[in-house]
Design a protein around this ligand. Structure first.
Ligand SMILES: Nc1ncnc2c1ncn2[C@@H]1O[C@H](COP(=O)(O)OP(=O)(O)OP(=O)(O)O)[C@@H](O)[C@H]1O
Ligand SMILES: Nc1ccn([C@@H]2O[C@H](COP(=O)(O)O)[C@@H](O)[C@H]2O)c(=O)n1
Length: 208
């Protein structure tokens, strides 16, 4: 089984994807980390974010089994990731690796922005996870503060909204729900309630 999960920044995609992978015995790939890893490598080497050939070459050396969420979760890496994510050649390279991951047995849960539309258009189940911008910013601020990082709610909210606009507005593989995705709005749900709602959707779609 392949489960595709998409949605805007900090909507809870990764949290649900990890829990669902665990529940159904599937592998998990947070595809945002693949864009973040390329961005982090470019930033570390002082290379430009707009040079497609350099970004593609960097992506070719990416090892999907060595993506360190703790290192890559830094705020400025997310911003840089969304800037390089507009490069079509880079997306092609990363999508190839993501598809290879998805196709290995026993199946996988992938979360990102274009999983149901581009990476795995034939996924067995597609979830589009949303929450209000205010709630997403509240959760992300709390998360950053709990990790000892500097985070101010107003700035986190502005950054999330800017990133969503860029992701939804780009020409290639924009953030949007697949036509056959099930929408899950977690604004008023805690993690456990959201997980149960997601399991209900997966079980009902998979049983069809
Ligand atoms: N339903 C929920 N209720 C409360 N907090 C939640 C809920 N879902 C996720 N969170 C928290 O919100 C934060 C963002 O969640 P998560 O990292 O899963 O989002 P994401 O969509 O994967 O983010 P990104 O776009 O950065 O990859 C985390 O701190 C997570 O614990
Ligand atoms: N399938 C994807 C996944 C991510 N992106 C871009 O990467 C940025 C960082 O992603 P996070 O999920 O870790 O926040 C994101 O803002 C997107 O620009 C993507 O384009 N496609």
């Amino acid at each position: 089984m392949i489960i595709a999960i998409d949605g805007p920044a900090a909507s809870g995609k990764g949290t649900l994807a990890r829990r669902l992978a665990d529940h159904y015995g599937l592998r998990h790939l947070d595809t945002g980390l693949t864009y973040r890893a390329v961005a982090a490598a470019l930033l570390a080497r002082g290379l430009p974010l707009g040079d497609e050939a350099v970004a593609v070459a960097t992506a070719r050396n990416l090892d999907l089994s060595r993506l360190d969420r703790d290192v890559l979760s830094a705020h400025e890496i997310g911003e840089a990731a969304s800037r390089i994510a507009v490069l079509p050649g880079l997306r092609e390279e990363l999508v190839r690796a993501q598809r290879r991951f998805a196709q290995e047995p026993p199946g996988a849960v992938l979360d990102g922005r274009d999983i149901g539309t581009v990476v795995c258009p034939d996924a067995d189940v597609k979830l589009y996870v949303v929450a209000s911008a205010a709630e997403r910013a509240r959760r992300r601020t709390q998360e950053l503060v709990s990790k000892g990082q500097d985070a101010e709610y107003a700035r986190v909210l502005a950054d999330l909204e800017r990133r969503d606009q860029r992701d939804a507005g780009r020409a290639v593989a924009p953030l949007k729900p697949a036509d056959d995705a099930d929408l899950l709005d977690t604004s008023e749900m805690d993690i456990e309630t959201a997980f149960k709602a997601a399991v209900d959707i997966v079980d009902s779609v998979h049983a069809r």
